[in-house]
Design a protein around this ligand. Structure first.
Ligand SMILES: [Fe+2]
Length: 265
């Protein structure tokens, strides 16, 4: 492992904020749990160099929910990049989440790595899909980056997660994405949200990472929709310029009464 100091990124995902901050999601007040996560983030030493928000930032897609997010993240002063999930409204996000330190760019470099953020959300659908334009864009970006180690991020997992109900809403054209990734050995990491649980897989030398939500957690490997009582969380990733990395999930204690009888969300 390289001794050069790494770039520390925090992946924060599936925040599910409401315009009305007193609303809860299946019993969990998403604003409160997000603030608990933010407090934990602010206590980290060293502080993350960069935040990566991987979709479902809002539950209702309303302007005010994104304005609240902007107001809460801006004081952190950490460069923040984002992409939409199935619950988001991308056009509303673009209106709001565009003032430093929050950046709308979907291709950028930091710490010797290239970051490429994809929009896998399909209007009105829970599942994910990448348009031909997105796949072409990715291919072009990867041609340009050459050998620079690369992290790709999107909301939907591009592989099955061994959970029957969630596997109905993963990325529907994952084979097309994997075909592009297979052509570029500089791709080291693919980071996603959507599944509200920790997941780590390896395929052809590339690590695929799923990350807990900052609110409700889904039961791993469940056939039907099911909530898990594990705490909200986020992921830290140390990226080294030589293309190696270390990662871990942080959980944040949060007491709440879940609606365990829920059959969906
Ligand atoms: Fe979500």
């Amino acid at each position: 492992m390289s001794q050069v100091s790494p770039l520390l990124i925090a992946q924060v995902t599936d925040i599910h904020l409401f315009a009305n901050p007193s609303k809860d999601l299946l019993g969990l007040p998403t604003v409160k749990s997000f603030h608990t996560v933010l407090e934990h983030l602010q206590e980290l030493l060293p502080q993350p160099d960069l935040l990566l928000l991987t979709g479902d930032l809002s539950q209702d897609g309303k302007l005010k929910s994104y304005e609240c997010l902007q107001n809460w993240l801006t004081p952190l002063g950490i460069p923040t990049y984002w992409l939409p999930g199935n619950h988001d409204q991308p056009t509303v996000m673009e209106q709001v989440l565009n003032q430093a330190p929050i950046f709308p760019q979907k291709s950028f470099q930091a710490g010797g790595w290239q970051f490429l953020l994809l929009n896998s959300a399909v209007c009105g659908c829970v599942h994910g899909h990448l348009s031909p334009e997105s796949l072409d864009w990715l291919d072009c970006q990867l041609q340009r980056t050459g050998e620079q180690p690369t992290l790709i991020s999107l909301h939907h997992p591009p592989l099955l997660v061994n959970s029957k109900w969630l596997d109905r809403s993963t990325l529907q054209n994952s084979e097309e994405l994997l075909k592009v990734i297979d052509r570029y050995p500089q791709v080291r990491l693919v980071v996603f949200g959507h599944i509200h649980q920790e997941l780590e897989r390896k395929r052809r030398g590339v690590r695929y990472l799923g990350t807990p939500s900052t609110c409700i957690q889904f039961m791993p490997e469940s056939t039907e929709f099911g909530l898990d009582t594990s705490d909200p969380g986020f992921r830290l990733i140390n990226l080294y310029p030589d293309g190696t990395f270390k990662t871990r999930v942080e959980r944040v204690a949060f007491t709440h009464q879940l609606d365990m009888a829920a059959t969906g969300y």
